[in-house]
Structures are given as C-alpha cells and as structure tokens.
Design a protein around this ligand. Structure first.
Ligand code: PEP
Ligand code: MN
Length: 339
C-alpha cells in the first residue's frame, strides 16, 4: 500500500481549502489520497501568516464530508493534539522544527497517550497514524528516538523524509530505513527541494528507494500561497507526477544500490559545488594579485598546501597519488583562471 498525502502547505481560507481538495480529488480519480493542510504554521518570522488556527479544522472536516477523503494536519503542542483529534483529523504530523526537540516530541506522545486512554470504546477518537518528519538538523539518532517515543503511544508511526536546508540528506534517511525497515517512510519532495520545478524528479525516488509513499504540497495558485509559495505544485502538475510514479516498476533487488547511489550523487553535488566556489575565490585572488603586481604562480605557497594535504591523506588512509593528481589539476585550472 502506498500512502499519498496531498494538499496545500497551509489552510488559508475555506474557499482555498475546498477548491484545492476538489481539484486534487479530480486528478486523483480512484487513487486514494489523504488531504493535508497545516492550520498552525511554524513560521520563521512572526510577521508572516501563522495559520488559520482551529477554524481551519472546520474546513478540513468539510473536506472530509464533501469529498470522502481522510485528512492530515500538523501538531506542535499538546493542545493541538487534543483539538485535532477531537475534530476527527485522521493523521497528525509532527514537523521538522518540533522534531528537533525531544521534550516537545515527548509532550506530544504523552498527549496522544492521554487522548487514547480517555477515549471510550464506542467513540474512539484517535488518529490512524502519527507521522514524524526528520529533524531540521541531519540527525538520524534523534529521528529514531522520536519514532520510539511515538511508538509507545500504541498509534501507528510513519516517518516522513523532508531533507535538511533544502539538501536531501539521503545518508540520514538510509540509516533510519536500514535500522527501522518496519516503519513506513514517505518522501516530502516539496520541503526537500523548496522548489516546485524539482518535485517531479524527486518523486522518482519513491520507486527507486522503495519508499512507502509521499507527502506533496499542492496549491491551485502557488504564486499567491501564504506560505511556501515556491515549492507548491498545481493539481495539474500533481497529475503528471502521479501518472509517472504509478507507471514505475520497482526493482527491489536494486533498492540498496539505489540508496547508495543517492548518497554518492549528493556527495558529488557537494564536491562540484565546492570546486565551483573554489574557482570563484581563485579568480578573486587573481584580481588581487594583478592589482598588486604579484604573479599568479606562487611555488612556495603551492608546495606548502600540497605537503599539508599529503600528510592529511596519510592520516586519512587516502591514496597519495590520487590526492597529488587532483591537487595538480585544480591548481592548473586556478592558474588559468588567474591569468
Ligand atoms: C509543512 O509540512 O508544511 C511543514 C511545515 O513541514 P516541515 O516541518 O517539514 O518544514
Ligand atoms: Mn510547507
């Protein structure tokens, strides 16, 4: 079973919520999905939209009645848990900022347990699952600890991988996936990239890494969105993503290799970004040298950084020949940039 969670970053108004839910229902057809919308928004600045609050829960209730879909919202305090559960919200997610604080997660776990023991058999009001996003910092142990805290509530737990600072952090997710293969893991390509244009390519990772579904931010007019405007896709773009992903075949034999490739591709991105940034500094050094009558080639300086790096290579078990070749190539290009 693949879990699909689609909806806007924030519930902005009754009209926006209903319109978006209707548009997503239309593109999903018979593919079941959970409708998401945040009503309490953990925003960086207090001067931006903070969410509609409890009235947003009423809009989610209306979505459920009108379109017959399950609903999800973010909880960050025990009061949010009580309000969301009492409003019949089916899935609760804990956001990346809350996930960075174990005391906050424990308080939510305690609230879920209290809610559970307070409910009567005839009218059980409890979420179908609680979803825990990875913390904003790439800390696999903290994410694993949060999963454990939430499991004690007896409510099913799912993990949502949303990256850190718009980097995918595949290594962290790979660790969690390996240690807890029993916990479903969903991908959040919207927060992972922060860029609507990159969402479709990231969706392919669901099949490649054999993940259990996805949470995607969808808005009928992303450019007018009150939060996360750059990363929300339209229902039409969502339709293209779903069509593609439903046609993917999962080659589970290659899943582990694909995880390792995701890790290495991310390292390569960082490596090339660093080389590009290094060339930029190198050009600026070239300008300074020109202005001050210094020649680009400074053999003493190069010899100094080369020998330091050789020592470092020895300590880190890296092949000296490889380091020498790479340094030579980078230095040659730097000199070219400075001439
Ligand atoms: C969200 O899903 O809208 C959200 C705030 O996510 P995150 O906690 O991953 O930033
Ligand atoms: Mn968001």
């Amino acid at each position: 079973m693949t879990t699909w969670i689609f909806g806007p970053c924030s519930a902005e108004s009754r009209e926006q919520v209903m319109e978006t839910a209707g548009a997503i229902s239309a593109v999903c057809g018979r593919t079941p999905f959970i409708f998401r919308a945040g009503v309490w928004k953990p925003r960086t600045s207090p001067r931006t939209f903070q969410g509609a609050g409890e009235q947003g829960l009423e809009w989610l209730k209306e979505v459920k009645r009108t379109y017959g879909v399950e609903t999800a919202t973010e909880v960050a305090t025990p009061e949010h848990v009580a309000a969301a559960v009492n409003a019949g919200i089916d899935y609760l997610w804990i956001g990346a900022r809350t996930s960075a604080n174990p005391l906050a997660v424990q308080a939510l776990a305690d609230a879920l347990t209290a809610q559970r023991s307070g409910s009567h058999l005839e009218a059980i009001q409890q979420p179908k699952a609680v979803l825990i996003k990875n913390p904003v910092n790439a800390d696999a142990d903290l994410w694993l600890g949060n999963i454990e805290r939430l499991e004690k509530t007896g409510i099913p737990v799912m993990a949502v991988h949303r990256g850190c600072n718009h980097l995918p952090c595949w290594k962290m997710a790979h660790i969690v996936r390996t240690l807890r293969p029993d916990i479903p893991m969903l991908l959040d390509p919207s927060h992972m990239s922060g860029d609507a244009a990159r969402v479709p390519e990231l969706m392919a990772k669901i099949a490649e890494l054999n993940l259990n579904g996805s949470m995607v931010e969808v808005h009928t007019r992303p450019d007018t969105a009150l939060s996360d405007a750059k990363q929300q896709i339209t229902p039409r773009q969502l339709q293209e993503c779903i069509e593609k992903i439903l046609n993917f075949t999962r080659d589970v034999h290659k899943t582990e290799l694909n995880w390792l490739r995701a890790e290495i591709d991310e390292l390569d991105d960082a490596l090339w970004d660093t080389i590009a940034a290094r060339m930029d500094v190198s050009r600026r050094i070239g300008e300074w040298k020109k202005a001050n009558g210094v020649t680009p080639l400074q053999p003493k300086r190069f010899e100094q950084i080369r020998s330091q790096r050789m020592e470092w290579a020895k300590q880190n078990g890296l092949d000296a020949e490889l380091i020498a070749q790479v340094m030579e190539a980078i230095h040659k290009e730097s000199l070219k940039q400075q001439e």
